[in-house]
Design a binder for this molecule. Sequence first.
Ligand SMILES: NC(=O)c1ccc[n+]([C@@H]2O[C@H](COP(=O)([O-])OP(=O)(O)OC[C@H]3O[C@@H](n4cnc5c(N)ncnc54)[C@H](OP(=O)(O)O)[C@@H]3O)[C@@H](O)[C@H]2O)c1
Length: 227
Amino acid sequence: MTKVCIVGASGKLGQHMVQHSLDRGYKVVAVCREKSASKLDRFRYSITVVPGDTNDRMVIEKAVADCDAVLTVLVPWGMQRHSSGTAQAVLDFSRQDARLIFSAGNHITKDGLDVYSRKFKATVAAASWFGRLFRAFDLKDQIEACKRIFASDTKWTVVRAEGLEDGESQGLPVWSHHAGDPILDSKLTRRTDFALFMVDSITNESLVHEAPAIVSREAPSAVSCGV
Ligand SMILES: NC(=O)c1ccc[n+]([C@@H]2O[C@H](COP(=O)([O-])OP(=O)(O)OC[C@H]3O[C@@H](n4cnc5c(N)ncnc54)[C@H](OP(=O)(O)O)[C@@H]3O)[C@@H](O)[C@H]2O)c1
């Protein structure tokens, strides 16, 4: 049976990934902060929970052992290199042949060929400044985390989105290699479908070493591009 570790399982995206993984019959190991473990109560008879900080190397080493895939919610909380610490631990301790899937935003670029609007760049710059001013989050560290992932020889995929919304599934999102592609113009992806894309990537070898930028399948821009 495929064994999947979900790092950051108690958040919104993480909980959707747990559900989609169970729907596929996967065995699930979930990592989340100790104080958030109760958010996974509805899954308690179906999954194994490893409580602990998601950037704690010992926690990650224990959780990813023997896993065929590791799905990581990459978040830049705090000023203690949370994202890069989490990513590095996942890269270091996962099995060499494991599929590693990370979530991120469109501000991450793999090859510098993404095209950003002035508004998007201003929003990211303001968020970055604000996060550092209040020492709440550090977008630069999420960028550093992704640099390490892109440089690694593991079987990684970094799934990117611009905006997330809640709501019913619309099916597997559509994707493009680069932000700025007209198909992504609508910007929004359903959170449940972001999670679906991450889980689906486990068995999609064509996404290895890709950083797909996704949007909901029924978003107007996807529909008008004829998908
Ligand atoms: N939000 C967006 O509009 C958006 C847009 C594009 C891409 N993304 C990407 O989507 C992913 C999920 O984003 P989301 O915003 O929807 O969040 P989310 O799914 O609700 O997940 C937030 C995660 O951060 C953890 N967390 C919260 N506060 C923390 C803290 N102080 N220290 C350590 N961990 C903390 C949560 O754990 P607990 O359960 O323990 O609190 C949870 O695992 C991220 O990779 C993000 O880059 C988000």
